[in-house]
Ligand binder design. Sequence first.
Ligand code: SF4
Length: 250
Amino acid sequence: MEKIFSRTKGLTSLPFHYCPGCTHGIIHRLIGEVLEELDIIGDTIGVAPVGCAGFSLDFFSCDFVGAAHGRAQAVATGMKRALPEKLVFTYQGDGDICAIGTSHAIHTAARAEKITSIMVNNAIFGMTGGQMAPTTLAGQITATSPYGRNCQLAGNPIDLPKIIATLDGAVYVAAVSVDSPQQIIAAKKAIKKGFQVQQAGLGFAFISILSTCPTNWGLSPVESLKWLRQNMLPLYQMGELKATKEVSAL
Ligand code: SF4
């Protein structure tokens, strides 16, 4: 019998140890497929910081480096400058890149570093127990906002892709989700484009992916997907936020 589906070579054989229903697994699969399709597994270096995203070190078949909290893009910048022939990407959670890592995100884009950054946004600090993140929605209950995020006290959610898109060095910025088959297809296209932008040496590419955290949201996996759809999709600007002429011509 012909085998028509198998695990992508872009992932190791290690089973994911993310919480049940967590969509990190889907995003890993998409990145692994892109690595395989572009035939760059042996030419790629991933960088992941602290947080649930940090677990990704074990799961991709390419080389991977761990960075301090918020510093993945600084490490990736050094990697890419020292090894320009490599494809270098960061895999970071929103609690990492939108909080302690914000300055790196802004300056990496401003400097037009030729790397690709992937942000997994689940509107919360996942690994440390579900604390409020800069991306937490107004009124959202978290471990540190038990009565819901009060924007008068804690500020408003940060929509990082919108900020990055305003910077000249960012040539490709996309915001996607993985809550439905259609969105998953769009997410894979965005990841692939983000890697191709780097292969073409065009500048900084940034992809934000809305994701779930059933454990800290206190919802089932299915309820989590509905919650994302009902609450996160209307808040965060979605789609291709920026693609320069050169990127569109790829
Ligand atoms: S804590 Fe949240 S983000 Fe982390 S693995 Fe569990 S469900 Fe996923």
